[in-house]
Design a binder for this molecule. Sequence first.
Ligand SMILES: NC(=O)c1ccc[n+]([C@@H]2O[C@H](COP(=O)([O-])OP(=O)(O)OC[C@H]3O[C@@H](n4cnc5c(N)ncnc54)[C@H](O)[C@@H]3O)[C@@H](O)[C@H]2O)c1
Length: 419
Amino acid sequence: MSGDRSWVGVVACPFRYMLRDQRLFFVMIGVSISALVFNVILWSPAPSHERISDSFQSAELTHVPRRITLEVHTESGHINNAGGKMPLGLKSKRLRILVTGGAGFVGSHLVDRLMARGDSVIVADNFFTGSKENLIQHFGNPRFELIRHDVVEPILLEVDQIYHLACPASPFGVVATLIRGTRFHKTNVMGTLNMLGLAKRVGARFLLTSTSEVYGDPLQHPQAETYWGNVNPIGVRSCYDEGKRTAETLTMDYHRGLNIEVRIARIFNTYGPRMCIDDGRVVSNFVAQALRKEPLTVYGDGKQTRSFQYVSDLVEGLMKLMEGEHLGPFNLGNPGEFTMLELAEVVQATIDHNAKIEFRPNTEDDPHKRKPDIAKAKDLLGWEPRVSLREGLPLMVSDFQKRIFGDQEDIGGNTLSTA
Ligand SMILES: NC(=O)c1ccc[n+]([C@@H]2O[C@H](COP(=O)([O-])OP(=O)(O)OC[C@H]3O[C@@H](n4cnc5c(N)ncnc54)[C@H](O)[C@@H]3O)[C@@H](O)[C@H]2O)c1
């Protein structure tokens, strides 16, 4: 009898019955329908796929299924998925961006540009070679966060893009000498794995800052991205060179195997304000030596060549790469080629005509030539450097002057001539 009465209740007032006696069942149905609608509408293919270079077996990449969330409008009017998850119908112009190594030289300039664009930026840095001073201009800005974090340890953050820069840029600097070897590998291997893991977990786009050192002592000149390199796997530089090569491999494996959106930049020698003064790189060495009235140390015969890119050009290239649709790898460097002796002359002309040059035995495996072929970046990213060495060097010198001598007006006769 009681069963009969309940059927009468269903017929007479079905909504009351639904809400009361079968509540859980209908709630479950509602949740399932919402989940289905949400996934079908938001799930869409990757914006594009490209044929990757010969060095990665020229495989045609398959579509990368992912949520299109943050739309970035490019100059060509193209709309890109900038990575990350965002609820249905919402279009955000502001991205949440993680910059690992953002307290360093390149990272801090990148952060300046991202902040100026209106993005929210989180910097994760362990301050090995970077410094809070480089980011002081953003302290107190609600869109900026600085976290002391070693990328060797995992971290969970909700972000749309990850610029992965964390790694000392030279194995020969004062700090690098203290941490070299296994520490470089841990940073490049475990650090990159952790950041790729984060990208996978939150659906972020990942950009690796690799290096021209992956070409080693190159047998091809200039170096195009298709060149596989000539690296000594057991030399004193290999902790850096091979570490970055492994980081590139991991990046491509995460892309191919797990559909992570990735970008790879191969950066050639870059200089500019905020460079670590004692990091062992040739431009910072020469500039600091000339300002301190010390001889410029040239290793070997000084005929080995390098190309020098001003930091604003690099940052422009990194951002174009991140926002563009091609994963790379892309050479980002200035193709202007200088011997070490020519560079020393430019430094003399800019800082001190009387600076002496002192020759020292060369370091092991020092590359004889380095010059980027940037045809691919020109063609696919619409990028090329604009600042010449003679224009950029004085900007770096005035920054070094302030940091070496403080605000003293008279710095012992070091008058900067703009050559
Ligand atoms: N500047 C160049 O000429 C050049 C050339 C080729 C490649 N790169 C690459 O670009 C990136 C940035 O270089 P840079 O010139 O700004 O160097 P940098 O040393 O000034 O900056 C590196 C930053 O990473 C941080 N860092 C290092 N290890 C870390 C770790 N385990 N966890 C968290 N933070 C860590 C440092 O504290 C520093 O702030 C590096 O990956 C470097 O290999 C730079």
